[in-house]
Design a protein around this ligand. Sequence first.
Ligand code: AR6
Length: 165
Amino acid sequence: MRLEAVLGDITKQDVDAIVNAANQGLAGGGGVDGAIHRAAGARDLQAACREIGGCATGDAVATPGFALRARWIIHAVGPRYRDGAHGEPELLASCYRRCLEVADELGAQSIAFPAISTGIYGYPQADAAHIAVHTLRAAPTSVALARLVAFDDNTLRLYEAELQS
Ligand code: AR6
């Protein structure tokens, strides 16, 4: 699998599946979740999420992409960061692994990830970038391309450093 990092808006990515940084209730919210709901069509996406009902922290579920260019949205629920000693690294790594597993089940060839948990959920950006790159590199998958979409320059720099290491 090719792994790359770009600066941009995940809702604009031309990939088979984009990942949403969701909450356990799949209830929508701010940050990237709000942007994805607006771009996909909030009514359709809310109805699809309601039908699924919810998702555990560390897990991921798929809905259609509706008005997005991406055919699917994979909703992953990252951990809320407390101090790093409450299973946060394992739960964040699990999100990335589960997204690839769901992508494989869907037959998606390309997937774009936001920096899960690093906004409202408070995960330190450098630690989260390390986990994202190392987990994706180690995961067995049929996905051909995984793109890490940074929404700010600092996150992009962190991804680039991890990709070079
Ligand atoms: N494209 C790419 N990345 C983005 C975009 C975008 N359009 N918008 C924001 N980001 P957050 P979390 C980045 O807070 O920390 C929601 O209310 C943002 O800069 O969206 O996992 C959910 O419903 C940051 O780097 O997600 C949950 O309740 C990253 O996306 C909760 O927030 C993640 O920030 C989840 O919090």
